[in-house]
Design a protein around this ligand. Structure first.
Ligand SMILES: Cc1cc2nc3c(=O)[nH]c(=O)nc-3n(C[C@H](O)[C@H](O)[C@H](O)COP(=O)(O)OP(=O)(O)OC[C@H]3O[C@@H](n4cnc5c(N)ncnc54)[C@H](O)[C@@H]3O)c2cc1C
Length: 414
């Protein structure tokens, strides 16, 4: 179920074994299928420090990346930006390390949002030519394990299969919730949500970093006890709204051609809870909604760094011009929205990053609130021999490379 990164990895291996494979994808065609990250940003990483909680050998991650790159035409392959973040001989490694940061080492390949349509189409055509049957516009509502196999229900259609692989990503949480309500023993753990802001600075202040590593990832343990990290750096990129049914949050992306004078990245705090509280999605949604209420609708709050530190509403923007369109934000004070512990952690993080790269702490840099990363429950794949969960919906991956590799690894065990 689902045709995203994890399904791609799974099918690549499963085709070799001669099974009859059916894919049910709720989108109306291959161009509309969510494969959210692949379509929205398309940065591929090879790293043991990010992407999920599985151990995936680097050579398998590299195979995955090469597979995607092989689906680009020759000209587009030349425009892929690549690099290594925080190799041991990078001078930035020591500079961040000595200020208390943990620099995350990774190789990355930025394909660009605009080039992804072609990749997806080529993968689809390859699978179709090898007899994989696609059923677009079919949203699976339920999956039931019985003695004959695994029953799949999608609207009026009910069919039984020998082996079912759920690969519906985070956007398929309704189906996964339905399944775990029936089989609660599948859940290993949950209770994490990452909450923070999207930060926007002029390109020139991070030019050297962007040139050397394109995506810089650092973590730090703040005095509050929270781990704070950078995420999804977009040189010359744009800030965008991320739409949910009843609220909006903020996100960022960049195309393969430089488009704006600004770089944006997320600064996120990982929060985890203990019983009796067990609704991290509710917590993150509630904070996002509060931000929207203060911003006056389906908008986010925008504030300068200096005003955030002084707990003052921003009334005027300085030198950095927002890349999010004017109708999508309201100038305000994110301190009225972010819990104190998160706000303090973010201030400390920016202040310390400013000691390494001074321009990151310029007073008129921009903060958009709220950015939220929701996680799926971690699911147990050993519970049923013919019902498996792969990719982000399994709770074990959070990136294209990891989700695809998770799919491959599960298909190899068939
Ligand atoms: C805005 C954004 C940007 C991102 N950028 C990056 C990035 O640059 N690099 C990176 O490594 N990761 C990125 N990610 C994360 C990455 O997209 C995911 O980790 C990865 O796509 C997960 O793969 P998946 O196959 O598990 O899920 P997906 O790729 O989300 O695929 C799931 C598929 O299942 C379908 N589906 C859902 N429910 C049903 C149902 N009930 N029935 C049938 N079909 C269903 C969906 O339509 C979708 O096509 C980003 C994520 C987001 C949201």
């Amino acid at each position: 179920m689902g045709f995203g990164a994890a399904a791609i990895g799974f099918v690549c291996e499963a085709i070799k074994k001669g099974y009859e494979i059916h894919i049910f994808e709720r989108s109306k065609d291959v161009y509309s299928s969510s494969i959210s990250g692949v379509r929205s940003d398309g940065k591929l990483f090879v790293s043991n420090g990010m992407g999920g909680d599985l151990y995936i050998p680097l050579e398998i991650q590299r195979e995955v990346v090469d597979y995607y790159l092989s689906k680009l035409n020759e000209n587009d392959r030349k425009t892929v930006k690549t690099g290594v973040s925080f190799s041991k001989n990078s001078e930035f490694f020591e500079r961040f390390y000595s200020e208390g940061f943990e620099p995350v080492n990774s190789h990355f390949f930025h394909i660009g949002t605009d080039k992804l349509r072609g990749i997806l189409k080529r993968i689809y055509s390859e699978f179709e030519s090898r007899n994989v049957k696609f059923h677009f516009g079919v949203k699976v509502n339920d999956v039931i394990v019985d003695s004959d196999g695994v029953k799949v229900q999608a609207g009026d259609l009910v069919d039984t299969f020998d082996y079912v692989v759920v690969a519906v990503g985070r956007s398929g949480h309704k189906l996964v919730n339905q399944i775990i309500e029936r089989y609660p023993e599948l859940v290993l753990s949950d209770n994490i949500v990452d909450i923070g802001i999207r930060y926007e600075v002029p390109n020139h202040v991070v030019e050297e970093l962007n040139e050397e590593m394109y995506e810089f990832k650092v973590k730090m343990r703040a005095k509050t006890g929270y781990t704070v990290r950078t995420f999804c750096n977009n040189p010359s990129g744009k800030v965008v709204l991320e739409e949910y049914d009843d609220f909006v949050t903020v996100n960022g992306y960049s195309n393969s051609k430089a488009e704006t004078p600004n770089t944006n990245f997320a600064i996120l705090c990982s929060t985890s809870f203990t019983m009796p509280f067990n609704d991290p999605v509710g917590y993150g949604s509630y904070i996002s909604k509060l931000g929207n209420i203060l911003a006056g609708g389906r908008k986010v709050l925008l504030q300068t760094y200096e005003d955030f530190v002084r707990c003052k509403r921003t009334k005027k923007i300085g030198r950095v011009k927002p890349t999010l369109p004017e109708g999508s934000y309201m100038l305000g004070d994110a301190n009225l929205v972010l819990p104190r512990r998160i706000a303090l952690s973010i201030s400390e993080f920016i202040q310390k990053i400013g000691r390494v790269i001074p321009g990151i702490a310029y007073p008129d840099n921009l903060m958009y609130a709220v950015e939220v990363k929701f996680y799926s429950n971690k699911l147990n794949n050993e519970r049923y021999k013919n019902l498996k969960f792969i990719g982000d919906c399994s709770g074990h991956t959070r990136s294209i490379t990891y989700a695809t590799a998770h799919g491959k690894m599960n298909a190899k065990r068939l």
